[in-house]
Design a binder for this molecule. Structure first.
Ligand code: AMP
Length: 221
């Protein structure tokens, strides 16, 4: 089903308000195709590059699915770099702005104590780089026992950067009955291996090159 409008999706008033405040009028192709299966709890593989709106494609259903009465981490997003983790966390925070859902980025290069304080106060969604996520797991400052949704963003880049063992270690600490989604610009053998190992009958969404540009982005050459 291709969704034409955010209002056609079963989203709460507060999430729709956040989307509106971001200035989004209509879902981009990757959003139109992945939000519904993610809301239904299915695993999703999205082949999509940056600029397609993929962050909101997984961020919107994740925020919508958080149980506010549970203060434990329910959503985990893994991303290859500090910059990306910060950017994703900011984007999801803006979507969740009117909902009370708390989001925290964790990444190397920043004092760990600040992140520990934030985690202690209770966050629903963690966006982490693999190395720092392992660090928090080993210190016992991050617990993933209540995680119901995992997103691997820019999976090809994470594998290129040598994070495969870290990803395996982290995913082995998350409950098995979680939802797993994976976004990647390219799908090579190693990315498929991760999909085979951790995903259950995933829905595959391919956003073709000529579809990926958002209408709002002006293109020149
Ligand atoms: P991303 O691919 O997630 O990095 O998003 C690329 C850019 O597109 C970001 O600046 C988003 O804020 C913007 N964007 C994402 N979804 C939409 C949408 N449905 N309408 C307009 N802009 C969007």
């Amino acid at each position: 089903m291709q969704v034409q409008n955010f209002n056609d999706l079963p989203l709460s008033k507060d999430v729709l308000r956040g989307i509106k405040a971001l200035g989004f009028e209509n879902p981009s192709p990757i959003q139109a195709q992945s939000i519904m299966p993610l809301l239904e709890g299915r695993d999703v593989i999205g082949q999509a590059q940056t600029g397609t709106g993929k962050t909101a494609a997984f961020g919107i259903p994740m925020v919508e699915s958080i149980d506010l009465s549970d203060k434990r981490v329910q959503g985990l997003v893994l991303a290859p770099t500090r910059e990306l983790a910060v950017q994703i966390a900011e984007h999801i925070s803006r979507i969740s702005r009117y909902t009370g859902v708390r989001v925290c980025p964790i990444y190397g290069g920043e004092k760990i104590n600040r992140q520990i304080q934030q985690l202690k106060r209770g966050v629903h969604i963690v966006v982490g780089t693999p190395g720092r996520t392992i660090d928090h797991l080993e210190r016992g400052t991050l617990r993933l026992g209540a995680v119901r949704m995992v997103v691997l963003d820019e999976a090809d880049r994470m594998l290129d950067m040598g994070f495969v063992n870290d990803i395996n270690k982290i995913l082995d600490r998350v409950p098995e009955d979680r939802q797993t989604s994976l976004f990647s610009a390219t799908m090579d053998r190693n990315v498929w291996k991760i999909c085979d190992r951790y995903m259950d009958r995933p829905e595959k969404i391919l956003v073709s090159k000529d579809e990926i540009a958002l209408v709002q982005i002006e293109q020149r050459y």
